[in-house]
Design a protein. Structure first.
Length: 291
């Protein structure tokens, strides 16, 4: 890693002198590195201007998910939810990051019941009383990206569906609450999420994970929702990433739709739920930017 002198401009791009900007941060990380932690590279650290940009994108993303909540009703199609988003995005001067991403045909993902993720909005998918659905939205506003997803219930849902939604949200909340900047590693989050899911009789999908976000839709690091043996990054100020556990009612295994190549189902066709927030880590706190 390049070293900086006190009066050099800081590597973070803020146009401040190194000694007044990230010098103390670098010294602290060097100490942590000596203690054996895996230190995130500088490209994973955002400066305060970038964070402010992502925060604004997050406010619009939250507004869009609220707007969906207000307008959801039984007999609605997922295509209609997509159209609501197109309207909201236009009114707020933002764009869908999903649209045309690797050929994706719609503006959000709508994953109902046994769909784990990447459900494609369609005139043929109708929401009925008792359904649960995840809407996942990533938008771009003035070059900054925010990403979040929520679960919605249509009318009265089964006890188990409601438990699945609650436990999945708890997995996410507990992971965020556990973050102590300069102390927690990404692996700690995986342990918490998998532990809570398993204690409640559910399983964690392994094939999809959280990720860095902000200057583009998918950035490093990967944020796994289960622990691994390898060393994972220490969580430090300036990191912006999503946590987005997908929790299954039955087995963790999944299956890709062989026709649309997007929709991911649970292999056993039992329910799946997901919640996702974009967070930023500060010196001694964590802020949720999009939820
Ligand atoms: Zn700096």
């Amino acid at each position: 890693m390049k070293t900086y002198n006190d009066n050099d401009l800081c590597w973070c791009g803020l146009n401040k002198l190194y000694k007044d900007c990230h010098k103390d941060f670098d010294l602290k990380l060097e100490e942590k590195r000596k203690m054996g932690y895996l230190i995130p590279p500088r490209r994973m650290i955002k400066n305060s201007l970038q964070i402010e940009g992502i925060r604004k994108a997050g406010i619009i993303n939250n507004g869009m998910l609220d707007y969906i909540e207000k307008n959801l009703r039984p007999r609605m199609t997922t295509e209609e939810i997509d159209r609501l988003c197109v309207k909201y995005l236009k009114e707020n001067d933002a764009e869908s990051a999903d649209f045309h991403y690797q050929g994706y045909p719609k503006h959000i993902c709508t994953s109902k019941n046994e769909v784990v993720c990447h459900g494609v909005p369609s005139d043929y998918v109708i929401l009925n009383e008792g359904d649960i659905i995840n809407v996942d939205a990533t938008l771009v506003y003035k070059g900054y990206y925010a990403d979040a997803s929520r679960m919605y219930s249509i009318g009265n849902i089964s006890k188990n569906a409601s438990k699945l939604i609650r436990v999945t949200k708890e997995c996410l909340d507990k992971a965020i609450e556990a973050i102590v900047p300069y102390e927690t590693t990404l692996n700690d989050l995986g342990k918490i999420i998998e532990g809570h899911a398993k204690r409640n009789g559910f399983s964690v999908v392994h094939e999809y994970c959280g990720h860095g976000v902000g200057l583009s839709m998918h950035e490093d690091p990967l944020v796994l929702h289960y622990p691994i043996k390898d060393k994972t990054y220490l969580i430090v100020p300036g990191m912006v990433f999503t946590i987005e556990p997908m929790i299954n009612e039955g087995e963790r295994f999944i299956e890709l739709d062989y026709k649309d190549h997007w929709t991911v189902y649970t292999k056993d066709r039992k329910l799946s739920a997901q919640w996702e927030h974009t967070i930023v880590v500060h010196e001694d706190s964590v802020e949720i930017l999009s939820k």
